[in-house]
Design a protein around this ligand. Structure first.
Ligand code: GAR
Length: 209
């Protein structure tokens, strides 16, 4: 029997990446328990999906905390109730403090909608169009205190078309996010990822997934 792992997923809004992970975990029978979905906003559409799927939900609203430190302390307490093996940031739109990030070192993943290290930060699709790149994409990485610069687990590239708007490009990237993020989370829960300095090593069997 494979070891069962537990994960907590953090969202801020729509939650389509969270949904892709939950659906893949169920359809592919991962050795995982999705312990909770936590949002920093009360109006996240993704919370409703989680509730319908019988997943515990929690809201830690950043607007209720005067400082970043206080918010991160409350968020950490809410996560650690579930003692997860992995924290998955899925469209979680908050900059996290260093102590928070270090508490989850090696066990927190993020997806960022660009081919890092290009275009960290916000409005990545606008940045890509402004730079005139022909390839854009998404990156799954371990979270480190250096924003959007942690060790890279997976990347996917999509073409940028002359006719693209921010919206069409975002949609093309998002479709691919929904494929690579579940795959990367699955690798983690199956114990197939390891860190070697800034490089992520993948167990050879993981290539088959
Ligand atoms: C996704 O495109 C994700 O990559 C991005 O927000 C979107 C969330 O969509 N994340 C970031 O920009 C993080 N800096 P979702 O809520 O439907 O998963």
């Amino acid at each position: 029997m494979p070891t069962m792992r537990s994960i907590v997923i953090l969202i801020s809004g729509r939650g389509s990446n969270m949904e892709a992970i939950v659906r893949a975990a169920q359809a592919e029978h991962w050795p995982v328990s999705i312990a909770a979905v936590i949002s920093n906003r009360t109006d996240s559409a993704g919370l409703e999906f989680a509730r319908r799927h019988g997943i515990a939900t929690a809201i830690v609203a950043n607007k209720d905390y005067p400082t970043r430190e206080q918010f991160d302390t409350a968020l950490r307490a809410a996560i650690d109730v579930f003692a997860p093996d992995l924290v998955v940031l899925a469209g979680f739109m908050r900059i996290l403090t260093t102590p928070f990030v270090e508490h989850y070192a090696g066990r927190m993943l993020n997806i960022h909608p660009s081919l890092l290290p290009s275009f960290p930060g916000l409005a990545t699709h606008r940045q890509a169009l402004a730079a005139g790149v022909r390839l854009h994409g998404a990156t799954v990485h371990f979270v480190t205190p250096d924003l959007d610069h942690g060790p890279i687990v997976a990347q996917v590239a999509v073409p940028v078309l002359d006719s693209d708007s921010e919206e069409t490009l975002a949609g093309r990237v998002l479709d691919q996010e929904h494929l690579i993020y579940p795959r990367a989370v699955r690798w983690f829960v199956e114990g197939k990822l390891s860190l070697d300095g800034n490089r992520v090593r993948l167990d050879p069997s993981a290539e088959q997934v």
